[in-house]
Design a protein around this ligand. Structure first.
Ligand code: URA
Ligand code: SF4
Length: 202
């Protein structure tokens, strides 16, 4: 039966056995941040820390992501973070097409609850499974896709920024564009006069 509210949705996700990842997960990782939020952030899938805590992006990647969001003046009331798949792929492998497909109805429903108009896709896997595009992320990051009223921004995965510090600059640019789009659409208020996102803090 279709869930009638957010807590029913979370409960339904938590009981899901639609794909084989159900067999090895510890927790189903649904979201963190605000339920209703102007910005939806989509990663690939839970890692070990996420599986353990039942929350997305709480390991080293998440720490870096949070640092960037905070430096942009984006607090947790402005974003809803989730992943392409809600259960950890063993050994942190990429989710298979079948797993992403099985989990897609949950993600679609989740986006309805969040009501976000701006979507930040973290990494090539999120881009591929969210939009069907198989292009290299380096080629397309920073370029908006507009689809059915949604503004979609592909960018790097924070794990990549951990491996290569130089990629923080383009990621910061993309996040700056996301912030500007949120302001433009009225999802967040502009920063007070004289204040600016703090690039040095990232
Ligand atoms: N990497 C992801 O793609 N998602 C998480 O939740 C954590 C790390
Ligand atoms: Fe269900 Fe998604 Fe977990 Fe697969 S990854 S069991 S589809 S919640």
């Amino acid at each position: 039966m279709q869930d009638r509210n957010w807590s029913e949705f979370v409960a339904a996700c938590s009981a899901c056995t639609r794909c084989e990842l159900a067999a090895t997960r510890r927790n189903v990782v649904v979201w963190r941040g605000a339920v209703v939020a102007p910005l939806l952030i989509v990663g690939e899938g839970p890692g070990a820390s996420e599986d353990e805590q039942g929350l997305p992006f709480v390991g080293r990647s998440g720490e870096l992501l949070d640092t960037a969001l905070t430096a942009q003046g984006l607090d947790p009331s402005t974003y809803h973070i989730c992943n392409i798949v809600k259960c950890r792929p063993p050994g942190n492998r990429q989710p298979t097409p079948a797993e992403a497909e099985a989990c897609r109805p949950w993600l679609r429903r989740q986006l309805q609850y969040a009501g976000s108009r701006v979507i930040l896709l973290l990494g090539a896997t999120a881009l591929r499974y969210f939009t069907g595009e198989t292009v290299g992320i380096t080629k397309v990051r920073g370029i908006w896709r507009e689809s059915r009223g949604y503004w979609i921004m592909p960018s790097y995965h924070p794990a990549y920024l951990l491996r290569d510090r130089r990629q923080r600059e383009p990621f910061w640019q993309d996040l700056t564009a996301v912030r500007a789009k949120l302001e433009e659409l009225g999802g967040i208020p502009p920063l007070p006069t004289g204040e600016a996102p703090d690039a040095a803090a990232f």
